[in-house]
Design a protein around this ligand. Sequence first.
Ligand SMILES: Nc1ncnc2c1ncn2[C@@H]1O[C@H](COP(=O)(O)OP(=O)(O)O)[C@@H](O)[C@H]1O
Ligand SMILES: [Mg+2]
Length: 284
Amino acid sequence: MQIRVESLSHIYAEGMPFETVALEDINFTIESGSLTGIIGHTGSGKSTLMMHISGLIKPSSGRVYAGGTQIGLKTKESREAARKIGIVFQYPEYQLFEETVLKDVSFGPKNFGFSPQECEEKAKKALELVGIDPDEKGKFSPFELSGGEKRRVAIAGVLATEPEVLILDEPTAGLDPRGHREILKIIEQIRRLHKPTILLVSHNMDDIAAMADQVLVIDGGRLAMDGTAAEVFARREELASMGLGLPSTSSLLSALAARGMEIRTDIFDEDEAAREIARALRQD
Ligand SMILES: Nc1ncnc2c1ncn2[C@@H]1O[C@H](COP(=O)(O)OP(=O)(O)O)[C@@H](O)[C@H]1O
Ligand SMILES: [Mg+2]
């Protein structure tokens, strides 16, 4: 499902002393089935933008369209379009609340009016997708799980609703390297199996460079950049001024280039970067 954001602005506590302009005149289009990375300093407005795309909050001005239908209206079409958008919030494990893992993951489909049997089937499928055996851990309390497992159960809860647009707001934040890798594997699996449109908010530039078809950079509530990873990460100085770094490969290649080596800096794959360094060394 294509996503289009037009002239979107959001002001928190408008007209109050603590009024905050969180988003200002944002415009972009995301193609159906693509993965878009959203980067920006803490407080830049990323989560506010994601809540607008899932129709959870109303714009102060502007519009969000999903598959051509405007989101956030009280019409049947608008509500149906919003149901196809699933959002995994930051630290979603704090929102697990049911007695068992299976009940928690069934909550979404239950809300959508599926029969108990359908809910269970969808929940089991979603748990398998995130690498949790429903027969082994379905009856556990969510509180008996490890941190990484809780995060995966929370993600399964959104996957169980079979969203056409999947929003992941910092899904790897606070996880250890293994938990981080597991989440990346799940994202790749979902892409391969279901091809949803994915919006991934992350501070990890390596992940963004490896996975994103399109990258949006948010700075102080404004859309500062919109392009491919190569286009965005080529603007190193501007990113630095926003407190943002580069993927580790381009960081290394840029440091070598700064020392006078004639070398490409727009490479995000480690093997390819190694080959480029070897090539540049042979030329010296
Ligand atoms: N519920 C809220 N009420 C008032 N201000 C908020 C609220 N949520 C976020 N903000 C403010 O809006 C701005 C953007 O926040 P947020 O969208 O959470 O940014 P990010 O996800 O990039 O860290 C920040 O200045 C933040 O303090
Ligand atoms: Mg946020």
